[in-house]
Design a protein around this ligand. Structure first.
Ligand SMILES: NC(=O)c1ccc[n+]([C@@H]2O[C@H](COP(=O)([O-])OP(=O)(O)OC[C@H]3O[C@@H](n4cnc5c(N)ncnc54)[C@H](O)[C@@H]3O)[C@@H](O)[C@H]2O)c1
Ligand SMILES: [Zn+2]
Length: 760
């Protein structure tokens, strides 16, 4: 459509548009009121932005709808003279226009360059999630601080701002103008925001949905009428606020020509300016900057909701001017939101491999930080209570980067009375055993049926395959669930991630069965598991697929016939078996982690493996010997001893030993040796580079460490051996240059198992 269609629009179109615009306006004003006056987000920012966008569209096609007081023409907020004194800004405080994609940004920059008629430099900086403040300094002294309000009239918060330690009351240096207005963002650094919300939770107060609401709520508090204790709390909150300068207000003839020079000048006066800005000669640089911070959002000390792009040349600011709402010389690129509102549909309890019963939230699926979220953990019943969420609430959900989604709290204003409280169940949802704390006073409840609780069995099998344990590709959540299905032949088949069907009902595996597993199981006549001579049911990977013509001659040892359908092991199943077989000789510490001993994660397992060198040595050790090992300590020592005392744990070791799992580090000289005077590589530094046959990159490092050596990542004079394989590159060149001892994969294997003497 073009603008000319406006005049041809039929009255009904216009009427429809007017009705929609009217409804949107009412809603947006309601949302603004909640947001700016009550520090509450009734909808997510993305929903709010979408409504604004829709209203802009309607007004674009039907300009007659665009009144002066339309939300598209006004700056959020309202000057509320009731709480603070009103301040009329000498220069209006504006909002920013938004773009949501690189394409939209390019369109913006083309428009700017066309209007400027000359080349433009772009200053890119982080969009801080806080609230805008205008600071007026007269002869270097802070005389007034005001919020944005409606852009024309703001609130006088001078007294509170004086309590913010990061804002100087006096400018440093000299040559300050008689009057200068500086603008910036007041915010909570991420860490302080987290602490604040924790304190709010503990005190039974509302949690803030984002640092911006928190900053605004903290700054806009009145000291009057507060008890001494409340006043102290208020001061404490104010003192944790920070500010960063991002512009200027009224300042006649500033002695600078560019926004970037403004920052240099102001930082020379002791004002906090961001160190994260950059000036680019074209928009491509800006787009790279946006991408960079999109991936490194979490590395910044404060929350960012986007990147602000500004024309650097100050002269152009005047030439380009502003609309009633926003400058034309700047725009904000908005990142996908990390916080959204969604409905809390239910709270259910899951039991993990350690038996811990964890309530988690099932929410209406929402897009947040680039992925769709439908669940969030709630840790334990105390956390549910502390967060004050009820089933049926609209809740604020947060997901930053790779972090696990978290529920911040309810939007209390939106309750309608149908919400209900969560009640922690008394029985394990997986096996009906009464839940109880591991020891008195523990907040977490556990299912004590560790041996056969299906949820725990499944969790342990999955844990064996996990990255920190044996890292078995194909042994994840889906496979673990299929492998451990209880023995119920009538269960419907499950499909795995390749769409292969599994006869899930036939398997009930524990981690003890994991390595002896074979594919040969089904009796081809009956379709039931084959029984070995000694009466045992052979376990098998459950993944199978329907036989096709391409599968060639029938193989009775691995194929199944269920009466009317014919199955062969799926590709995934065969791969899983291969991967399991290959993991039997992984480093000892990984095997220890896979055993699922309480408190024994990768770090403790490495410490144990390095010092003792074998499972037998660990089992033979006394509590004191374990506890005194560097990196182990009393708690872990007790957990290790407890673990060995359980009879079905012995069975795991027996089964795994029979299947060829390697419970010791080859060449390890025995307890203690590697710890101080070391294993066969004690005191030696080895660099592994390029691809060494028989070792993964990580595996080579581990082999060096396990043998008591130091695995270095760069070559230096102190390096004793450089193990180099194809693709070794610059490290090899350096080693040659330094005249170091260079060995190949075969020699490396000898070195880490038998030590330097084996190479002679
Ligand atoms: N969820 C809701 O119900 C709701 C309601 C109203 C507003 N909002 C949110 O607020 C936004 C609108 O608020 P707005 O008008 O303040 O616009 P804005 O926050 O999108 O952008 C303008 C503001 O950005 C700030 N800013 C931060 N870093 C900056 C920098 N480096 N340079 C310049 N300015 C910087 C300034 O304070 C400026 O006033 C919406 O897009 C939405 O995200 C949400
Ligand atoms: Zn249970």
């Amino acid at each position: 459509m073009t603008d000319s269609t406006d005049t041809q629009s039929t009255p009904t179109d216009l009427e429809k548009a007017a009705a929609e615009a009217g409804a949107l306006t009412t809603r947006i004003l309601e949302l603004r009121d909640a947001y700016y006056e009550r520090d509450t987000s009734l909808v997510s920012d993305a929903e709010y932005d979408a409504m604004m966008h829709r209203l802009e569209q309607l007004e674009h096609f039907f300009p007659e709808l665009q009144g002066q007081d339309s939300p598209t023409q006004t700056v959020g907020g309202r000057a509320q003279a009731t709480l603070f004194d009103p301040v009329t800004h000498v220069e209006r405080m504006l909002s920013l226009d938004n773009v949501f994609s690189a394409d939209e940004l390019r369109i913006w920059s083309e428009r700017v360059e066309r209007a400027s008629g000359r080349s433009v430099h772009y200053l890119s900086e982080l969009k801080i999630d806080g609230l805008a403040i205008n600071l007026r300094y007269e002869k270097g002294r802070l005389v007034s601080a005001a919020t944005r309000g409606d852009g024309v009239v703001g609130e006088d918060v001078t007294e509170n701002v004086a309590a913010i330690t990061s804002i100087p009351n006096r400018l440093s240096g000299s040559g300050h103008p008689d009057r200068v207005e500086v603008r910036g963002e007041i915010f909570f650094p991420v860490e302080a925001f987290r602490e604040l919300n924790e304190q709010q939770l503990a005190a039974g107060e509302k949690v803030f949905a984002n640092p911006r609401n928190a900053a605004s709520g903290s700054l806009r508090q009145k000291a009057e009428g507060k008890s001494p204790a409340a006043l102290k709390l208020m001061k404490n909150r104010l003192s944790r606020l920070q500010m960063l300068v991002h512009g200027i207000g009224a300042w006649p003839n500033p002695p600078v020509a560019a926004q970037s020079e403004v920052y240099d000048l102001l930082s020379g006066w002791g004002l906090p300016t961001s160190t994260h800005y950059r000036v680019f000669e074209d928009i491509d640089g800006v787009i790279e900057f946006i991408q960079y911070y999109g991936e490194h959002r979490a590395s910044v000390e404060h929350e960012i909701d986007g990147i602000v792009v500004k024309v650097d040349e100050l002269a152009l600011h005047d030439e380009l001017g502003a609309t009633s709402r926003a400058p034309r010389w700047a725009t904000a690129f908005k990142y996908p939101p990390e916080q959204v509102n969604t409905k809390l549909l239910n709270i259910v309890v899951s039991v993990g491999r350690t038996g811990r019963a964890t309530p988690f939230a099932q929410v209406e699926p929402v897009r947040v930080a680039g992925s769709t979220v439908s669940q969030a953990t709630l840790h334990n019943q105390d956390v549910v209570k502390a967060k004050g969420v009820l089933i049926g609430d609209t809740v604020v959900l947060r997901k930053a980067g790779d972090v696990i989604p978290e529920i911040l709290g309810p939007v209390v204003e939106l309750r309608d009375g149908t919400e209900r409280a969560f009640v922690m169940p008394e029985l394990c949802p997986s096996c009906d055993t009464p839940l109880r704390p591991a020891k008195e006073g523990d907040k977490d409840l556990r299912c004590p049926n560790s041996r056969s609780c299906p949820a725990q069995v499944r969790g342990r099998v999955e844990h064996v395959g996990s990255r920190g344990a044996l890292d078995v590709e194909g042994l994840g959540e889906v496979a673990a669930a299929a492998l451990t299905q209880p023995l119920e032949p009538t269960r419907p088949p499950l499909a795995d991630h390749n769409g292969d069907v599994s006869e899930a009902g036939l398997f009930s595996m524990t981690i003890a069965d994991l390595f002896p597993v074979t594919v040969t199981v089904f009796d081809f006549e009956t379709g039931l598991p084959k029984v070995t001579e000694d009466g045992e049911v052979k376990r098998v990977t459950p993944f199978r697929r329907r036989r096709s013509k391409k599968d060639g001659p029938f193989d009775p040892t691995s194929e199944t016939f269920t009466g009317d359908e014919h199955f062969v092991p799926s590709k995934g199943a065969l791969e899983l078996l291969d991967n399991l077989a290959a993991s039997k000789t992984k480093p000892l510490w990984r095997i220890l982690v896979a055993l699922n001993i309480r408190h024994v994660g990768p770090v403790a397992a490495r410490a144990l493996a390095t010092y003792f060198g074998s499972l037998d040595a660990i089992r033979a050790a006394t509590r004191d010997q374990l506890a005194e090992t560097e990196g182990v300590g009393g708690i872990i020592a007790d957990a290790v001893i407890d673990w060995f005392e359980v009879d079905w744990h012995q069975q795991i070791i027996e089964e795994w030993t029979k299947a060829g799992v390697q419970f010791s580090t080859p060449g390890h000289p025995g307890p203690g040796a590697a710890g101080d005077e070391g294993g066969v590589l004690a005191g030696l530094t080895v660099v592994a580079t390029g691809s060494l046959e028989g070792f993964t990159r990580e595996g080579a490092q581990e082999a060096i460490i396990a043998a008591g050596g130091k695995a270095a990542s760069s070559v230096s004079k102190k390096t004793d051996y450089v193990a180099a394989g194809p693709g070794a590159g610059s490290k090899l060149a350096k080693a040659e240059e330094l005249g170091l001892r260079i060995i190949d994969a075969e020699q490396f294997a000898l070195l880490v198992t038998q030590g330097p003497d084996a190479l002679a």
